[in-house]
Design a protein around this ligand. Sequence first.
Ligand code: G4P
Length: 536
Amino acid sequence: MISNDLQADLQTEVERRRNFAIISHPDAGKTTLTEKLLLYGGAIHEAGAVKARRAQRKATSDWMAMEQQRGISITSTVLQFEYHNAQINLLDTPGHQDFSEDTYRTLAAADNAVMLIDAAKGLEPQTRKLFEVCKLRLLPIFTFVNKLDRPGREPLSLLDEIEKELGLQTYAVNWPIGMGDRFKGVFDRRTQEIHLFERTAHGSKAAADTIVNLGDPRIEQLLEQDLYYQLKEDIELLEEVGSELDLDLVHQGKMTPVFFGSAMTNFGVELFLNAFLDYALKPYARVSSMGEVAPSYPEFSGFVFKLQANMDPKHRDRVAFIRVCTGKFEKDMTVNHARTGKTIRLSRPQKLFAQDRESIDVAYPGDVIGLNNPGMFAIGDTIYTGQKLEYEGIPSFSPELYAVMRNPNPSKFKQFQKGVSELREEGAVQIMYSVDESKRDPILAAVGQLQFEVVQFRLQNEYGVETLLDLLPYTVTRWVVDGWEALEKVGRIFNTMTVKDSLNRPVLLFRNEWNCQQLEADHPDLKLSKIAPLTS
Ligand code: G4P
Protein backbone atom coordinates (compact mmCIF):
# COMPACT_ATOMS: atom_id res chain seq x y z
CA MET A 1 0.00 0.00 0.00
CA ILE A 2 1.45 3.35 -1.02
CA SER A 3 0.77 6.08 1.46
CA ASN A 4 -0.75 9.35 0.35
CA ASP A 5 2.12 11.08 2.09
CA LEU A 6 4.70 9.38 -0.09
CA GLN A 7 2.72 10.20 -3.21
CA ALA A 8 2.40 13.86 -2.25
CA ASP A 9 6.07 14.05 -1.29
CA LEU A 10 7.12 12.52 -4.61
CA GLN A 11 4.90 14.85 -6.57
CA THR A 12 6.32 17.93 -4.85
CA GLU A 13 9.91 16.82 -5.27
CA VAL A 14 9.54 15.89 -8.95
CA GLU A 15 7.81 19.22 -9.66
CA ARG A 16 10.72 21.18 -8.27
CA ARG A 17 13.51 19.27 -9.99
CA ARG A 18 15.37 20.28 -13.14
CA ASN A 19 18.28 18.32 -14.43
CA PHE A 20 20.67 19.17 -17.24
CA ALA A 21 24.08 18.65 -18.78
CA ILE A 22 26.17 21.25 -20.59
CA ILE A 23 27.34 20.44 -24.10
CA SER A 24 30.19 22.52 -25.43
CA HIS A 25 33.60 22.54 -27.04
CA PRO A 26 36.64 23.02 -24.77
CA ASP A 27 37.26 26.66 -23.91
CA ALA A 28 33.73 27.85 -24.63
CA GLY A 29 33.44 28.55 -20.90
CA LYS A 30 31.82 25.50 -19.34
CA THR A 31 33.83 25.69 -16.12
CA THR A 32 33.15 29.39 -15.87
CA LEU A 33 29.42 29.05 -16.52
CA THR A 34 29.16 26.17 -14.05
CA GLU A 35 30.78 28.30 -11.42
CA LYS A 36 28.46 31.19 -12.08
CA LEU A 37 25.40 28.98 -11.93
CA LEU A 38 26.57 27.74 -8.56
CA LEU A 39 27.20 31.30 -7.48
CA TYR A 40 23.63 32.28 -8.28
CA GLY A 41 22.38 29.09 -6.75
CA GLY A 42 24.14 30.02 -3.52
CA ALA A 43 26.08 26.75 -3.53
CA ILE A 44 29.29 28.73 -3.50
CA HIS A 45 29.75 32.30 -2.46
CA GLU A 46 32.70 33.30 -4.47
CA ALA A 47 33.34 32.15 -7.99
CA GLY A 48 36.75 30.63 -8.46
CA ALA A 49 35.92 27.99 -5.89
CA VAL A 50 35.44 25.23 -8.41
CA LYS A 51 38.77 25.94 -10.05
CA ALA A 52 40.43 26.49 -6.71
CA ARG A 53 39.20 23.18 -5.49
CA ARG A 54 40.75 21.58 -8.49
CA ALA A 55 44.05 23.26 -7.85
CA GLN A 56 44.05 22.37 -4.17
CA ARG A 57 43.71 18.69 -4.80
CA LYS A 58 46.84 17.02 -3.62
CA ALA A 59 48.52 14.47 -5.78
CA THR A 60 47.63 11.69 -3.39
CA SER A 61 47.64 9.03 -6.04
CA ASP A 62 49.16 8.39 -9.41
CA TRP A 63 45.70 8.64 -10.79
CA MET A 64 45.33 12.13 -9.55
CA ALA A 65 48.88 12.85 -10.63
CA MET A 66 47.73 12.01 -14.11
CA GLU A 67 44.89 14.46 -13.79
CA GLN A 68 47.26 17.10 -12.55
CA GLN A 69 49.82 16.55 -15.25
CA ARG A 70 47.17 16.97 -17.84
CA GLY A 71 45.55 19.81 -15.93
CA ILE A 72 42.15 18.26 -16.37
CA SER A 73 39.48 16.72 -14.35
CA ILE A 74 38.80 13.12 -15.21
CA THR A 75 36.76 12.24 -12.18
CA SER A 76 33.15 13.10 -12.44
CA THR A 77 30.89 15.30 -10.50
CA VAL A 78 27.22 15.94 -10.13
CA LEU A 79 26.45 19.36 -8.83
CA GLN A 80 23.21 19.94 -7.04
CA PHE A 81 21.95 23.34 -5.96
CA GLU A 82 18.77 25.08 -4.94
CA TYR A 83 17.51 28.05 -6.87
CA HIS A 84 14.19 29.78 -6.21
CA ASN A 85 13.04 26.68 -4.38
CA ALA A 86 13.89 24.45 -7.34
CA GLN A 87 16.39 21.66 -7.04
CA ILE A 88 18.80 21.89 -9.95
CA ASN A 89 21.06 19.00 -10.87
CA LEU A 90 23.94 19.75 -13.17
CA LEU A 91 25.42 16.56 -14.53
CA ASP A 92 28.94 16.21 -15.85
CA THR A 93 32.24 17.62 -14.90
CA PRO A 94 33.49 21.08 -15.44
CA GLY A 95 36.79 21.22 -17.25
CA HIS A 96 36.71 18.14 -19.44
CA GLN A 97 39.26 18.97 -22.07
CA ASP A 98 39.18 15.50 -23.46
CA PHE A 99 36.30 13.67 -24.84
CA SER A 100 35.32 10.25 -23.65
CA GLU A 101 32.29 8.02 -23.88
CA ASP A 102 31.24 9.23 -20.45
CA THR A 103 30.49 12.59 -21.97
CA TYR A 104 27.92 10.91 -24.20
CA ARG A 105 26.57 8.66 -21.48
CA THR A 106 25.88 11.55 -19.19
CA LEU A 107 23.37 12.76 -21.75
CA ALA A 108 21.43 9.54 -21.22
CA ALA A 109 20.85 10.62 -17.63
CA ALA A 110 19.97 14.22 -18.46
CA ASP A 111 16.49 15.64 -19.03
CA ASN A 112 17.71 18.86 -20.67
CA ALA A 113 20.90 20.08 -22.32
CA VAL A 114 22.49 23.50 -22.30
CA MET A 115 24.46 24.15 -25.47
CA LEU A 116 27.21 26.61 -24.68
CA ILE A 117 28.69 28.46 -27.64
CA ASP A 118 31.58 30.89 -27.86
CA ALA A 119 30.17 33.94 -29.68
CA ALA A 120 33.35 34.33 -31.72
CA LYS A 121 33.55 30.70 -32.81
CA GLY A 122 29.98 29.56 -33.27
CA LEU A 123 29.37 25.82 -33.53
CA GLU A 124 32.49 23.75 -32.93
CA PRO A 125 33.15 20.02 -33.52
CA GLN A 126 32.61 18.65 -30.01
CA THR A 127 29.39 20.59 -29.64
CA ARG A 128 28.11 19.20 -32.93
CA LYS A 129 28.88 15.63 -31.88
CA LEU A 130 27.18 16.02 -28.53
CA PHE A 131 24.26 17.69 -30.22
CA GLU A 132 23.73 14.56 -32.32
CA VAL A 133 23.31 12.52 -29.16
CA CYS A 134 20.87 15.08 -27.75
CA LYS A 135 18.93 14.90 -30.98
CA LEU A 136 18.74 11.14 -30.79
CA ARG A 137 17.35 11.43 -27.28
CA LEU A 138 15.06 14.34 -28.26
CA LEU A 139 16.46 16.39 -25.38
CA PRO A 140 15.31 19.99 -25.03
CA ILE A 141 18.27 22.23 -25.81
CA PHE A 142 18.88 25.65 -24.31
CA THR A 143 21.55 27.72 -26.02
CA PHE A 144 23.81 30.12 -24.16
CA VAL A 145 25.99 32.27 -26.42
CA ASN A 146 28.97 33.21 -24.29
CA LYS A 147 31.79 35.78 -24.23
CA LEU A 148 29.75 38.74 -25.47
CA ASP A 149 32.24 40.99 -23.69
CA ARG A 150 34.67 40.08 -26.46
CA PRO A 151 34.35 40.73 -30.19
CA GLY A 152 32.27 37.98 -31.73
CA ARG A 153 30.09 37.09 -34.65
CA GLU A 154 26.83 38.81 -35.47
CA PRO A 155 24.04 37.34 -33.32
CA LEU A 156 21.85 36.78 -36.36
CA SER A 157 24.54 34.80 -38.12
CA LEU A 158 24.91 32.59 -35.02
CA LEU A 159 21.17 31.89 -34.98
CA ASP A 160 21.30 31.18 -38.68
CA GLU A 161 24.11 28.68 -38.18
CA ILE A 162 22.15 26.83 -35.49
CA GLU A 163 19.05 26.72 -37.67
CA LYS A 164 20.79 25.61 -40.85
CA GLU A 165 23.42 23.28 -39.50
CA LEU A 166 21.61 21.68 -36.60
CA GLY A 167 18.12 21.90 -38.03
CA LEU A 168 16.88 23.53 -34.82
CA GLN A 169 14.47 26.43 -34.80
CA THR A 170 15.73 29.24 -32.62
CA TYR A 171 13.96 31.68 -30.37
CA ALA A 172 16.11 34.45 -28.89
CA VAL A 173 14.86 34.97 -25.33
CA ASN A 174 17.19 37.89 -24.90
CA TRP A 175 19.12 39.96 -27.39
CA PRO A 176 22.56 41.53 -27.03
CA ILE A 177 23.20 45.24 -27.30
CA GLY A 178 26.63 45.73 -28.80
CA MET A 179 29.52 43.39 -28.35
CA GLY A 180 33.14 43.38 -27.19
CA ASP A 181 34.20 46.76 -25.83
CA ARG A 182 30.82 48.14 -26.75
CA PHE A 183 28.79 45.41 -25.04
CA LYS A 184 26.07 47.27 -23.17
CA GLY A 185 23.71 44.59 -22.03
CA VAL A 186 20.80 42.52 -23.23
CA PHE A 187 17.19 43.12 -24.00
CA ASP A 188 14.94 40.59 -22.27
CA ARG A 189 12.07 39.81 -24.60
CA ARG A 190 10.09 38.18 -21.80
CA THR A 191 9.77 41.40 -19.84
CA GLN A 192 10.63 43.95 -22.56
CA GLU A 193 13.36 45.26 -20.28
CA ILE A 194 16.95 46.14 -20.88
CA HIS A 195 19.54 44.77 -18.48
CA LEU A 196 22.55 46.99 -18.47
CA PHE A 197 25.95 45.43 -18.27
CA GLU A 198 28.44 46.53 -15.66
CA ARG A 199 31.87 45.03 -15.54
CA THR A 200 32.39 43.52 -12.09
CA ALA A 201 35.74 42.58 -10.69
CA HIS A 202 36.14 39.42 -12.74
CA GLY A 203 32.56 38.59 -11.95
CA SER A 204 33.45 37.02 -8.64
CA LYS A 205 30.24 38.19 -7.00
CA ALA A 206 26.72 38.07 -8.35
CA ALA A 207 26.32 41.16 -10.54
CA ALA A 208 23.93 43.91 -9.49
CA ASP A 209 21.54 44.27 -12.35
CA THR A 210 20.41 47.65 -13.64
CA ILE A 211 17.15 47.24 -15.47
CA VAL A 212 15.35 49.82 -17.55
CA ASN A 213 12.20 49.51 -19.54
CA LEU A 214 12.46 49.82 -23.28
CA GLY A 215 10.20 52.86 -23.19
CA ASP A 216 12.27 54.61 -20.48
CA PRO A 217 13.51 58.01 -21.75
CA ARG A 218 16.86 57.43 -20.00
CA ILE A 219 17.74 54.79 -22.56
CA GLU A 220 18.76 57.31 -25.15
CA GLN A 221 21.34 58.65 -22.72
CA LEU A 222 22.41 55.26 -21.51
CA LEU A 223 22.96 53.76 -24.93
CA GLU A 224 24.89 55.30 -27.75
CA GLN A 225 22.57 56.27 -30.57
CA ASP A 226 23.71 53.72 -33.10
CA LEU A 227 23.33 50.88 -30.58
CA TYR A 228 19.89 52.08 -29.61
CA TYR A 229 18.70 52.16 -33.20
CA GLN A 230 20.33 48.86 -33.96
CA LEU A 231 18.49 47.31 -31.01
CA LYS A 232 15.15 48.69 -32.14
CA GLU A 233 15.76 47.40 -35.63
CA ASP A 234 16.81 43.96 -34.35
CA ILE A 235 13.77 43.66 -32.09
CA GLU A 236 11.45 44.54 -34.95
CA LEU A 237 13.15 42.04 -37.18
CA LEU A 238 12.89 39.28 -34.57
CA GLU A 239 9.21 40.03 -34.02
CA GLU A 240 8.51 40.03 -37.73
CA VAL A 241 10.48 37.13 -39.09
CA GLY A 242 11.43 35.09 -36.03
CA SER A 243 9.31 32.21 -34.78
CA GLU A 244 7.20 32.47 -31.66
CA LEU A 245 8.40 30.63 -28.59
CA ASP A 246 6.68 27.26 -28.64
CA LEU A 247 7.42 25.26 -25.50
CA ASP A 248 6.09 22.07 -27.01
CA LEU A 249 8.66 22.34 -29.76
CA VAL A 250 11.33 23.13 -27.17
CA HIS A 251 10.38 20.04 -25.19
CA GLN A 252 10.52 17.90 -28.32
CA GLY A 253 14.04 19.14 -29.04
CA LYS A 254 12.99 20.99 -32.19
CA MET A 255 13.35 24.57 -31.01
CA THR A 256 16.06 26.08 -28.84
CA PRO A 257 15.58 29.14 -26.63
CA VAL A 258 18.72 31.26 -27.08
CA PHE A 259 20.36 33.46 -24.45
CA PHE A 260 23.28 35.83 -24.83
CA GLY A 261 25.70 36.72 -22.07
CA SER A 262 29.15 36.65 -20.62
CA ALA A 263 29.74 33.99 -18.03
CA MET A 264 33.04 35.47 -16.95
CA THR A 265 31.43 38.75 -15.95
CA ASN A 266 28.22 37.00 -14.74
CA PHE A 267 26.19 38.84 -17.26
CA GLY A 268 23.08 37.11 -18.48
CA VAL A 269 23.54 34.12 -16.18
CA GLU A 270 20.67 35.01 -13.88
CA LEU A 271 18.33 35.79 -16.77
CA PHE A 272 19.22 32.45 -18.23
CA LEU A 273 18.67 30.57 -14.99
CA ASN A 274 15.26 32.16 -14.42
CA ALA A 275 14.04 31.32 -17.89
CA PHE A 276 15.56 27.84 -17.73
CA LEU A 277 13.59 27.17 -14.58
CA ASP A 278 10.37 28.11 -16.35
CA TYR A 279 11.03 26.36 -19.65
CA ALA A 280 13.03 23.22 -18.83
CA LEU A 281 11.47 19.81 -18.63
CA LYS A 282 10.94 18.33 -15.21
CA PRO A 283 11.82 14.65 -14.79
CA TYR A 284 9.52 12.78 -17.15
CA ALA A 285 8.33 9.29 -17.96
CA ARG A 286 10.96 6.93 -19.34
CA VAL A 287 10.61 3.89 -21.53
CA SER A 288 11.11 0.58 -19.74
CA SER A 289 10.27 -3.09 -20.18
CA MET A 290 7.02 -2.24 -18.37
CA GLY A 291 6.20 0.52 -20.85
CA GLU A 292 6.52 4.20 -19.98
CA VAL A 293 6.94 4.77 -16.26
CA ALA A 294 6.25 8.18 -14.78
CA PRO A 295 8.57 9.57 -12.11
CA SER A 296 5.64 9.54 -9.70
CA TYR A 297 5.45 5.74 -9.94
CA PRO A 298 5.81 4.95 -6.25
CA GLU A 299 8.39 2.17 -6.50
CA PHE A 300 12.04 3.16 -6.72
CA SER A 301 13.95 2.58 -9.95
CA GLY A 302 17.01 3.94 -11.69
CA PHE A 303 19.82 3.02 -14.04
CA VAL A 304 23.60 3.12 -14.06
CA PHE A 305 24.94 5.65 -16.57
CA LYS A 306 28.52 5.92 -15.49
CA LEU A 307 31.12 3.95 -13.57
CA GLN A 308 34.10 5.58 -12.04
CA ALA A 309 37.11 3.94 -10.52
CA ASN A 310 39.58 5.21 -8.00
CA MET A 311 37.96 8.44 -7.09
CA ASP A 312 39.28 7.94 -3.64
CA PRO A 313 42.84 6.64 -3.87
CA LYS A 314 42.83 5.49 -0.24
CA HIS A 315 40.10 2.99 -0.96
CA ARG A 316 40.69 2.25 -4.63
CA ASP A 317 36.97 1.95 -4.84
CA ARG A 318 34.53 2.16 -7.69
CA VAL A 319 31.45 4.26 -7.82
CA ALA A 320 28.40 3.55 -9.92
CA PHE A 321 26.35 6.61 -10.78
CA ILE A 322 22.63 5.97 -10.81
CA ARG A 323 20.06 8.24 -12.33
CA VAL A 324 16.94 7.99 -10.19
CA CYS A 325 13.92 7.63 -12.49
CA THR A 326 10.96 6.78 -10.29
CA GLY A 327 9.96 6.66 -6.65
CA LYS A 328 11.93 7.69 -3.62
CA PHE A 329 15.39 6.44 -2.86
CA GLU A 330 16.19 5.85 0.77
CA LYS A 331 19.44 4.95 2.39
CA ASP A 332 19.76 1.30 3.33
CA MET A 333 16.93 0.27 1.07
CA THR A 334 17.03 -3.12 -0.57
CA VAL A 335 16.69 -3.18 -4.33
CA ASN A 336 16.73 -5.73 -7.12
CA HIS A 337 19.34 -5.79 -9.82
CA ALA A 338 17.49 -6.50 -13.06
CA ARG A 339 20.32 -8.08 -15.06
CA THR A 340 21.52 -10.55 -12.43
CA GLY A 341 18.32 -10.98 -10.43
CA LYS A 342 20.28 -10.34 -7.22
CA THR A 343 19.06 -8.37 -4.24
CA ILE A 344 21.30 -5.57 -2.99
CA ARG A 345 21.21 -3.36 0.07
CA LEU A 346 22.25 0.18 -0.83
CA SER A 347 24.05 1.16 2.29
CA ARG A 348 26.51 3.87 1.38
CA PRO A 349 24.85 6.18 -1.08
CA GLN A 350 26.68 9.37 -1.90
CA LYS A 351 26.00 12.70 -3.39
CA LEU A 352 28.92 14.42 -4.98
CA PHE A 353 29.94 17.99 -4.88
CA ALA A 354 33.21 18.53 -6.68
CA GLN A 355 35.62 16.26 -4.85
CA ASP A 356 33.69 16.15 -1.61
CA ARG A 357 31.39 13.31 -0.94
CA GLU A 358 28.46 13.68 1.23
CA SER A 359 26.34 10.84 2.37
CA ILE A 360 22.71 11.11 1.39
CA ASP A 361 19.59 9.71 2.95
CA VAL A 362 17.02 10.31 0.25
CA ALA A 363 16.92 11.05 -3.47
CA TYR A 364 14.14 11.66 -5.97
CA PRO A 365 13.61 11.29 -9.71
CA GLY A 366 16.03 13.54 -11.59
CA ASP A 367 18.74 13.11 -8.93
CA VAL A 368 21.96 11.19 -9.29
CA ILE A 369 23.38 9.02 -6.55
CA GLY A 370 26.80 7.45 -6.32
CA LEU A 371 26.94 3.87 -5.07
CA ASN A 372 29.98 1.89 -4.15
CA ASN A 373 30.31 -0.70 -6.78
CA PRO A 374 32.11 -3.85 -5.91
CA GLY A 375 32.06 -4.88 -9.55
CA MET A 376 28.40 -5.75 -9.73
CA PHE A 377 27.22 -2.91 -11.90
CA ALA A 378 27.64 -2.39 -15.63
CA ILE A 379 26.66 0.62 -17.72
CA GLY A 380 22.93 0.57 -18.40
CA ASP A 381 21.97 -1.73 -15.49
CA THR A 382 18.59 -1.12 -13.87
CA ILE A 383 17.88 -1.37 -10.16
CA TYR A 384 14.32 -1.34 -8.85
CA THR A 385 11.88 -2.24 -6.11
CA GLY A 386 8.45 -3.75 -6.69
CA GLN A 387 7.56 -5.28 -10.03
CA LYS A 388 10.51 -6.05 -12.30
CA LEU A 389 11.38 -3.39 -14.82
CA GLU A 390 14.36 -2.65 -16.97
CA TYR A 391 15.33 0.57 -18.76
CA GLU A 392 16.42 0.63 -22.36
CA GLY A 393 20.15 0.63 -21.73
CA ILE A 394 22.78 2.96 -23.06
CA PRO A 395 24.19 2.28 -26.51
CA SER A 396 27.86 2.28 -27.45
CA PHE A 397 28.72 5.39 -29.41
CA SER A 398 30.67 5.67 -32.60
CA PRO A 399 34.41 5.43 -31.84
CA GLU A 400 36.79 7.60 -33.84
CA LEU A 401 40.12 6.32 -32.62
CA TYR A 402 41.51 2.82 -32.88
CA ALA A 403 44.58 1.09 -31.54
CA VAL A 404 45.71 -2.51 -31.21
CA MET A 405 46.82 -3.12 -27.65
CA ARG A 406 49.59 -5.59 -26.95
CA ASN A 407 50.94 -7.16 -23.83
CA PRO A 408 54.63 -7.79 -24.48
CA ASN A 409 55.05 -9.90 -21.36
CA PRO A 410 53.59 -13.45 -21.70
CA SER A 411 53.76 -14.05 -17.94
CA LYS A 412 51.20 -11.29 -17.48
CA PHE A 413 48.69 -12.88 -19.87
CA LYS A 414 46.02 -13.51 -17.23
CA GLN A 415 46.18 -10.07 -15.66
CA PHE A 416 46.07 -8.53 -19.10
CA GLN A 417 42.95 -10.47 -20.08
CA LYS A 418 41.26 -9.72 -16.78
CA GLY A 419 42.12 -6.02 -16.92
CA VAL A 420 40.93 -5.59 -20.48
CA SER A 421 37.72 -7.41 -19.78
CA GLU A 422 36.96 -5.48 -16.59
CA LEU A 423 37.74 -2.12 -18.11
CA ARG A 424 35.51 -2.95 -21.04
CA GLU A 425 32.66 -3.95 -18.75
CA GLU A 426 33.11 -0.76 -16.84
CA GLY A 427 32.78 1.13 -20.11
CA ALA A 428 36.22 2.77 -19.96
CA VAL A 429 36.73 1.88 -23.61
CA GLN A 430 35.12 -0.29 -26.29
CA ILE A 431 36.92 -3.43 -27.34
CA MET A 432 36.79 -4.91 -30.84
CA TYR A 433 38.49 -8.01 -32.17
CA SER A 434 39.90 -8.93 -35.52
CA VAL A 435 37.82 -11.37 -37.56
CA ASP A 436 41.07 -13.22 -38.18
CA GLU A 437 41.13 -15.75 -35.31
CA SER A 438 44.93 -15.83 -35.27
CA LYS A 439 45.02 -12.16 -34.26
CA ARG A 440 44.06 -12.18 -30.61
CA ASP A 441 45.21 -8.73 -29.53
CA PRO A 442 42.27 -6.56 -28.54
CA ILE A 443 41.54 -3.46 -30.58
CA LEU A 444 40.70 -0.49 -28.37
CA ALA A 445 38.04 1.78 -29.78
CA ALA A 446 37.50 5.19 -28.24
CA VAL A 447 35.86 8.52 -28.88
CA GLY A 448 38.74 10.43 -27.28
CA GLN A 449 42.47 9.98 -26.82
CA LEU A 450 42.07 10.27 -23.07
CA GLN A 451 40.36 6.89 -22.96
CA PHE A 452 43.52 5.16 -24.28
CA GLU A 453 45.64 6.89 -21.71
CA VAL A 454 43.29 6.00 -18.89
CA VAL A 455 43.16 2.34 -19.94
CA GLN A 456 46.93 2.03 -20.22
CA PHE A 457 47.41 3.83 -16.95
CA ARG A 458 44.93 1.67 -15.10
CA LEU A 459 46.22 -1.58 -16.57
CA GLN A 460 49.61 -0.71 -15.24
CA ASN A 461 48.46 0.58 -11.86
CA GLU A 462 45.67 -1.79 -11.02
CA TYR A 463 46.68 -4.94 -12.89
CA GLY A 464 50.44 -4.52 -13.09
CA VAL A 465 50.58 -4.83 -16.87
CA GLU A 466 52.59 -2.56 -19.08
CA THR A 467 51.08 -2.39 -22.56
CA LEU A 468 51.95 -1.17 -26.04
CA LEU A 469 49.60 0.56 -28.42
CA ASP A 470 49.71 0.57 -32.21
CA LEU A 471 47.40 3.19 -33.60
CA LEU A 472 45.20 2.19 -36.54
CA PRO A 473 44.26 4.64 -39.27
CA TYR A 474 40.47 4.39 -38.94
CA THR A 475 38.23 7.23 -37.87
CA VAL A 476 34.70 6.24 -38.89
CA THR A 477 32.70 3.37 -37.38
CA ARG A 478 29.52 1.69 -38.54
CA TRP A 479 27.73 -1.32 -37.05
CA VAL A 480 26.14 -3.59 -39.63
CA VAL A 481 22.56 -3.66 -38.40
CA ASP A 482 21.48 -6.96 -39.92
CA GLY A 483 24.55 -8.91 -38.87
CA TRP A 484 27.07 -11.15 -40.62
CA GLU A 485 24.73 -12.50 -43.26
CA ALA A 486 23.95 -9.04 -44.57
CA LEU A 487 27.65 -8.33 -44.72
CA GLU A 488 28.47 -11.54 -46.60
CA LYS A 489 26.02 -10.60 -49.34
CA VAL A 490 28.04 -7.49 -50.06
CA GLY A 491 31.25 -9.42 -50.67
CA ARG A 492 34.67 -7.88 -50.42
CA ILE A 493 34.82 -4.25 -49.38
CA PHE A 494 37.84 -2.12 -50.14
CA ASN A 495 39.43 0.53 -47.88
CA THR A 496 37.64 -0.92 -44.90
CA MET A 497 38.48 -3.12 -41.96
CA THR A 498 35.89 -5.53 -40.63
CA VAL A 499 36.03 -6.29 -36.91
CA LYS A 500 33.65 -7.74 -34.34
CA ASP A 501 32.54 -6.09 -31.15
CA SER A 502 32.38 -7.78 -27.75
CA LEU A 503 28.97 -9.23 -28.64
CA ASN A 504 30.38 -10.69 -31.86
CA ARG A 505 28.55 -8.25 -34.11
CA PRO A 506 30.11 -7.01 -37.32
CA VAL A 507 31.54 -3.52 -37.32
CA LEU A 508 33.09 -1.72 -40.28
CA LEU A 509 35.96 0.70 -39.81
CA PHE A 510 36.63 3.32 -42.47
CA ARG A 511 39.52 5.67 -42.91
CA ASN A 512 37.23 8.58 -43.57
CA GLU A 513 33.62 9.60 -44.13
CA TRP A 514 34.12 9.53 -47.84
CA ASN A 515 34.93 5.79 -47.88
CA CYS A 516 31.88 5.16 -45.77
CA GLN A 517 29.62 7.19 -48.02
CA GLN A 518 30.94 5.31 -51.04
CA LEU A 519 29.98 1.97 -49.55
CA GLU A 520 26.55 3.33 -48.64
CA ALA A 521 26.09 4.54 -52.21
CA ASP A 522 27.23 1.22 -53.69
CA HIS A 523 25.09 -0.88 -51.34
CA PRO A 524 21.99 1.06 -50.38
CA ASP A 525 20.42 -2.07 -48.87
CA LEU A 526 23.16 -2.52 -46.30
CA LYS A 527 21.88 -0.95 -43.10
CA LEU A 528 24.62 0.75 -41.14
CA SER A 529 24.42 2.44 -37.75
CA LYS A 530 26.69 4.94 -36.04
CA ILE A 531 25.59 3.64 -32.67
CA ALA A 532 25.66 0.00 -31.56
CA PRO A 533 22.20 -1.54 -31.77
CA LEU A 534 20.82 -2.15 -28.28
CA THR A 535 20.52 -5.82 -27.60
CA SER A 536 18.61 -6.95 -24.61
P1 G4P B 1 35.87 25.22 -20.59
O1 G4P B 1 35.55 24.71 -19.23
O2 G4P B 1 34.70 25.23 -21.51
O3 G4P B 1 37.06 24.61 -21.24
O4 G4P B 1 36.20 26.77 -20.48
P2 G4P B 1 36.60 27.69 -19.24
O5 G4P B 1 35.42 28.00 -18.42
O6 G4P B 1 37.82 27.15 -18.59
O7 G4P B 1 36.94 29.01 -20.06
C1 G4P B 1 37.94 29.06 -21.05
C2 G4P B 1 38.53 30.45 -21.08
O8 G4P B 1 37.51 31.36 -21.51
C3 G4P B 1 38.99 30.95 -19.74
O9 G4P B 1 40.09 31.78 -19.95
C4 G4P B 1 37.83 31.77 -19.25
O10 G4P B 1 38.19 32.77 -18.32
C5 G4P B 1 37.37 32.39 -20.55
N1 G4P B 1 35.95 32.79 -20.49
C6 G4P B 1 34.88 32.08 -20.08
N2 G4P B 1 33.76 32.82 -20.18
C7 G4P B 1 34.12 34.02 -20.67
C8 G4P B 1 33.41 35.21 -20.98
O11 G4P B 1 32.21 35.33 -20.82
N3 G4P B 1 34.15 36.24 -21.48
C9 G4P B 1 35.50 36.15 -21.67
N4 G4P B 1 36.12 37.21 -22.16
N5 G4P B 1 36.20 35.05 -21.37
C10 G4P B 1 35.52 34.00 -20.89
P3 G4P B 1 41.58 31.31 -19.64
O12 G4P B 1 42.43 32.48 -19.92
O13 G4P B 1 41.85 30.05 -20.38
O14 G4P B 1 41.54 30.90 -18.14
P4 G4P B 1 41.56 31.84 -16.83
O15 G4P B 1 42.87 32.46 -16.82
O16 G4P B 1 40.43 32.82 -16.97
O17 G4P B 1 41.32 30.85 -15.73
